[in-house]
Write a protein that binds this ligand. Structure first.
Ligand SMILES: *Cc1c(COP(=O)(O)O)cnc(C)c1O
Length: 461
């Protein structure tokens, strides 16, 4: 129960701040959690309570909350050059270095980078790049953007239009010209008697039909998360990308991988597209790119789009786009260090991605064990990202009545047990920091299992 003191952190947080994406009944009944710091994979609140953060903050704090190498890199960077922009032909040296590093780490032979402050802005920037280059090439009608239902691409007007979630209707979004295909989630979207291969063939046919209906010359680009993240941790049905990519290629539609969650190791490969065996035309990065130590996003263009954009820019001698803090020198220094820590190994320590790979079998076994519960319909995931879907009836997949807020209850029961995990629809999401030990992972599953038992007992399991 929240305390009623007007000067409590809880009261002050509610009085002067708006919370985004927050279930109001939960904070009305339970109060807010105000945090004052962290230690490894744990965060600590103003009451001194410790929580194992099984969501890595918001997918991004993959190196934990006090990584000494990253803290030092940030301190050094601020002491040397605490801020600048990347306009008018000026750019910090660390920005130059980070672009070289990102291209080298990317699946592209060659490429070019543009910086933003967030994943939403990176998707927005990519859409503007596509509109600009198609227009410049004499195809100003190539403006439609294709994504999927349950996709999450961000919250700006354009990236929210790309996001395939019903909640954006309150904003009068999506904007015209944003199309959403069926979510490639076989368990939920497959029809009775339909095999996974038939499901994938149906989705490929749906894409063909959309292109035929809209006209191939009207589509600017296709965006996809390799694993849909905020839509519920949804790996694509088997063979999905193999089925749709040739169609997009045949119609000359650029393929953009939104790797804001999957980039930098989450799936066990540097990029999610590598886990699924394809090379996109561009990559959107953010979240783990700075291990959450700085707000930053990036568009990484592969060689073909980089060339085409350069031609468009050459024609008017300028790319009229950029954010004040694009390519921030301290942010870039932090991102350079994060790339080293996560993918290359730093200060004598092995790269954190090694631990992602080492922990994945234990993660999968833990999820599979919890999925034996009679009220879990499915577990799904890839690498160190997973979801457990709560169901009333395991045989039919029937969900719980929505007024029971089953996943909120589970998340709250976890919070009471010192574990932070996130409710999403009727699923609970786990995406722990890459620094987790085996013992911490076992502890995470023990607390979650205990919370599941308590909630299902309470709501009549
Ligand atoms: C979080 C996220 C975004 C948006 O990033 P912000 O930094 O919150 O704007 C975009 N795409 C994906 C896949 C994400 O998970």
């Amino acid at each position: 129960m929240p305390e009623d003191h007007p000067n409590s952190w809880d009261a002050r947080a509610k009085a002067a701040s708006f919370f985004g994406f927050t279930d109001l009944p939960t904070i009305r009944e339970r109060g807010t959690v105000v945090l004052r710091g962290g230690e490894g994979p744990y965060v600590i609140d103003t009451e001194g309570r410790r929580y194992l953060d099984a969501n890595s903050g918001l997918w991004n704090m993959v190196a934990g909350f006090d990584h000494p190498g990253l803290v030092r890199a940030a301190q050094d960077a601020y002491a040397r050059f605490p801020g600048y922009h990347a306009f008018f032909g000026r750019m910090a040296d660390t920005t130059v270095e980070l672009s070289e590093k990102l291209v080298a780490l990317s699946p592209f032979e060659d490429g070019r980078v543009f910086y933003t402050n967030s994943g939403s802005e990176a998707n927005d920037t990519m859409v503007k790049m596509l509109w600009f280059l198609h227009g410049s090439e004499g195809h100003p009608q190539r403006r439609a953007i294709v994504t999927r239902w349950n996709a999450y691409h961000g919250v700006t007007a354009v990236s929210a239009s790309m996001t395939g979630k019903p909640y954006n209707a309150v904003f009068g979004l999506p904007l015209p010209g944003f199309h959403h295909l069926t979510c490639p989630h076989y368990w939920r979207e497959g029809r009775a008697g339909e095999s996974e291969a038939q499901f994938v063939a149906r989705l490929a046919e749906e894409l063909e039909q959309l292109i035929a209906r809209e006209g191939p010359g009207s589509i600017a680009g296709f965006f996809a998360e390799p694993v849909q993240g905020a839509g519920g941790v949804i790996p694509p049905a088997a063979g999905y990308f193999d089925a749709i990519l040739p169609i997009l290629r045949r119609h000359g539609i650029p393929v953009i991988a939104d790797e804001v969650i999957t980039g930098f190791g989450r799936t066990g490969a540097a990029w999610g597209c590598e886990s699924y065996g394809f090379t996109p035309d561009a990559i959107i990065a953010s979240k783990a790119m700075t291990a959450g130590f700085f707000p930053m996003g990036a568009v990484i263009l592969g060689p073909e789009l980089a060339d085409r954009l350069q031609h468009a820019v050459d024609r008017i001698e300028e790319f009229p786009h950029g954010f004040t803090a694009s390519g921030h020198p301290a942010g870039c220094a932090i991102a350079l260090k994060a790339a080293e820590v996560i993918l290359e190994g730093a200060d004598g320590a092995p790269p954190l991605i090694d631990n992602v790979r080492a922990l994945t079998p234990r993660f999968e076994a833990g999820m599979a064990r919890l999925a034996e519960h009679e009220h879990i319909g499915e577990w799904r995931g890839r690498g160190l990202m997973g979801a457990l879907e709560a169901v009333r009836d395991r045989a039919t997949g029937e969900p719980w009545p929505s007024d029971l807020s089953v996943s909120e209850r589970i998340a709250n029961a976890c919070t009471d047990r010192g574990l932070i995990c996130r409710p999403l629809g009727q699923a609970v999401v786990l995406c722990p920091p890459f620094i987790l030990t085996e013992a911490q992972m076992d502890d995470m599953f023990a607390r979650l299992g205990d919370a599941l038992d308590a909630v299902f007992r309470e709501i009549g399991g």
